[in-house]
Design a protein around this ligand. Structure first.
Ligand code: COA
Length: 336
């Protein structure tokens, strides 16, 4: 599968650290020094997830030079759907991608990478030729804006990547690894509330609804700085890739200190570690495609370049992929 187009969509309202310090007991200095975050985008009532995801998807389609009817598959990685029955079909409908099957995939901050790998499997199997992989989240709906331990970290956004079948030697997915550890689920949750409703005599059912994000920040931090270098090291070894061959590290944007720790472990210079945390914070499933889109559009990421990517977060879940960016107009032919 070749990566041939990208796009993004973010809400217009930006909330700075100074803005937040008027609501909770925090400061720009604390947030920047602990996380690297300076601001985050927050969606208003008229900006559903579907709108952000569709904007990103339409931009990726235009970048790839495709028509919506050309799509066979739309995968939407999200943990904050507009509709629990699935938001991807809403995106498909708004795009007019009449030939595409569309469904959601939930793996929190690993979601985009897991969805990209999943699309790669459909394409490798020959059942899909062209797909859009979208990562989109609106965690602003689910943070407790009075909890300074979490509300400073997250923001809203969407990113999308267009992928298509190609000759095996041109593949943009050179290897991958995926992991889950549900025994550590309690470290980071967006869980059902335990509210009950009487139904019939002797029968009570549960009422649907979710509690705000709960996080053990120190445990999540330790998890990330241990597991991300380990899974990337495994991936590089299994693909016979030296860290020096990577043009870019494209990591989930959770915390600048995590990015720095991973870069140090592989002796990747800071200028080759992509980061836009300062402007967007942690947009969950959106961080990787949002970052890729920015770096492709400003010319940092060039066709043919190699990217070491890793997503990690709630689940707990984590994964890594060795990617090559092809860009629009890459010569393609069906996968072998
Ligand atoms: N502003 C000011 N002080 C804050 C604060 C904020 N926004 N949030 C927490 N604090 C305070 C705490 O209350 C605590 O105060 P105390 O010592 O008086 O009890 C102090 O800062 C230290 O808290 P601690 O939680 O130990 O801070 P930390 O150095 O671990 O940094 C995180 C907190 C959240 C920045 C850090 O743990 C982290 O980045 N974890 C990973 C989170 C993440 O990336 N999650 C998403 C993964 S996908």
């Amino acid at each position: 599968m070749a990566l041939v187009g990208c796009g993004s969509g973010v809400p217009s309202a930006s909330v700075s650290n100074e803005d937040l310090s008027r609501r909770v007991d925090t400061s720009d200095g604390w947030i920047r020094s602990r996380t690297g975050i300076g601001a985050r985008r927050v969606s208003g009532p008229g900006e559903p997830l579907t709108a952000l995801a569709t904007q990103a998807a339409a931009a990726a389609l235009a970048h790839a030079g495709w028509r919506a009817e050309d799509l066979d598959l739309i995968l939407l990685a999200t943990s904050s759907p507009d509709d629990l029955f699935g938001t991807a079909p809403l995106v498909q409908g708004q795009l007019g991608a009449v030939n595409a099957v569309a469904f959601d995939l939930t793996a929190a901050c690993s979601g985009f990478l897991f969805a990209l790998i999943t699309a790669g499997q459909y394409i490798a199997a020959g059942s899909v030729r062209r797909a859009l992989v979208i990562g989109a989240d609106q965690l602003s709906r689910w943070v407790d804006w009075d909890d300074r331990g979490t509300c400073v970290l997250f923001g809203d956004g969407a990113g999308a990547v267009a992928v298509e079948a190609c000759a095996p030697e041109a593949t943009g997915l050179l290897g991958f690894r995926m992991r889950s550890d549900g025994s550590r689920n309690a470290c980071l949750t967006l869980a059902q509330t335990d509210e009950q409703q009487p139904l019939l005599d002797g029968l009570t059912s549960q009422r649907g609804g979710f509690a705000a994000i709960q996080m053990n920040g120190q445990e999540v931090y330790k998890f990330a700085v241990r597991e991300v270098p380990a899974i990337l090291a495994e991936l590089l070894e299994s693909t016979g890739t030296a860290p020096a061959e990577l043009d870019w590290l494209l990591l989930h944007q959770a915390n600048q200190r995590i990015l720095d720790a991973v870069a140090e472990r592989f002796a990747v210079p800071r200028e080759r570690v992509l980061s836009n945390l300062a402007a967007y914070g942690n947009t969950s499933a959106a961080t990787i495609p949002l970052m890729l889109d920015e770096a492709v559009r400003d010319g940092r990421v060039q066709p043919g370049q190699l990217l070491g990517s890793s997503g990690f977060g709630a689940g707990l879940s984590w994964g890594a992929a060795l990617l090559r960016w092809s860009g629009p107009g890459a010569a393609t032919s069906p996968e072998a």
